[in-house]
Design a binder for this molecule. Structure first.
Ligand SMILES: *[C@@H]1O[C@H](CO)[C@@H](O)[C@H](O)[C@H]1NC(C)=O
Ligand SMILES: *[C@@H]1O[C@H](CO)[C@@H](O)[C@H](O)[C@H]1NC(C)=O
Ligand SMILES: *[C@@H]1O[C@H](CO)[C@@H](O)[C@H](O)[C@H]1NC(C)=O
Ligand SMILES: *[C@@H]1O[C@H](CO)[C@@H](O)[C@H](O)[C@H]1NC(C)=O
Length: 263
């Protein structure tokens, strides 16, 4: 699990008012931006335990090989794919300089390969929504057995047109249920108090990334594509949103905490 909010909670807000780069990846609704079509990774491409970063790589917003990733790569990809503002990049930067130096296997501490993020209890943690715990051997790749019950809780199975959105309440309950299931299944389950905020942060992050402002909820079809194919759901109607910043993510963390508590 990629707990960006772990760093967020630790380092607090780092807002820098910086010039906003022009947006560029216009595309017709229902189509993928030219040059950024989804492609599954090849056998030698590096991928992270994080569907958000992997989706950026699968669309070529990050280098498709997923290797030797720099701060500029991250900031530009998060802008072009999700329209995250510089304060969100700042968190990536803190991660890149304070944390990634310890986990990078590139030989250059200012870069990392996406799979480096799977190092347990640095960024990756137990209780991911879509990855198994390291105790079971593989905490890097999508795990259908882990995801299926989460998908069930999110109502992704056989829903109708009138029932096509995920509310914060539903997402918060699914998060809580996955935490409880992981704790039960894994005798070595360890998630500290601070890390628990980080895991709420990952739910906040996917909601923020896939939020439909008009519906005030996350479309199920978007969440499904994002987790199971690591695809930005352009084909299902996703459009690059108005910019989003840490305040936006923070609101989700607080809402989830209000709904399910902080432990
Ligand atoms: C990544 O960097 C290493 C070390 O500089 C280099 O050997 C390798 O070719 C680079 N890989 C890619 C895909 O750029
Ligand atoms: C590795 O991480 C620890 C704890 O976050 C930090 O104290 C240390 O300075 C880091 N080491 C390097 C080489 O960055
Ligand atoms: C990204 O956000 C900026 C700032 O709000 C906005 O001007 C721009 O149109 C957005 N990009 C896209 C592609 O919508
Ligand atoms: C979790 O992090 C948020 C910031 O996103 C903070 O407002 C909240 O107080 C934290 N909760 C706990 C229990 O540490």
């Amino acid at each position: 699990m990629f707990s960006i909010l772990l760093a967020y909670a630790t380092f607090g807000f780092m807002i820098g008012a910086q010039a906003y780069p022009p947006s560029f990846n216009s595309h017709k609704p229902g189509t993928e931006p030219a040059g950024h079509e989804w492609q599954a990774p090849g056998p030698f491409d590096s991928r992270a335990p994080c569907p958000g970063l992997n989706s950026l790589a699968n669309h070529g917003f990050l280098p498709r090989h997923g290797k030797n990733i720099t701060y500029n790569d991250i900031s530009s990809a998060a802008l072009h794919g999700y329209n995250y503002t510089d304060d969100v990049y700042e968190i990536f930067y803190i991660l890149a300089t304070q944390v990634f130096t310890n986990i990078s296997t590139t030989g250059d501490p200012s870069t990392f390969n996406l799979e480096d993020l799977a190092r347990h209890n640095t960024i990756e943690q137990d209780g991911s929504l879509s990855r198994n715990d390291i105790y079971f051997g593989d905490n890097l790749h999508f795990s259908a057995p882990v995801w299926e019950p989460v998908a069930e809780d999110l109502g992704l199975k056989g829903y109708g047109k009138e029932d096509r959105y995920i509310s914060i309440e539903t997402a918060a309950k699914a998060y809580k249920a996955r935490q409880e299931a992981a704790r039960k299944a894994n005798p070595a389950f360890t998630v500290s108090f601070d890390q628990r905020n980080g895991t709420r942060g990952t739910t906040a992050l996917y909601l923020a990334t896939l939020w439909d402002y008009e519906a005030k909820a996350a479309p199920k079809a978007w969440v499904e594509a994002f987790f199971t194919e690591e695809r930005i759901p352009y084909l299902e109607g996703y459009t690059t949103p108005k910019h989003k910043n840490t305040d936006f993510i923070h609101e989700f963390v607080v809402a989830i905490e209000d709904l399910v508590g902080s432990d």
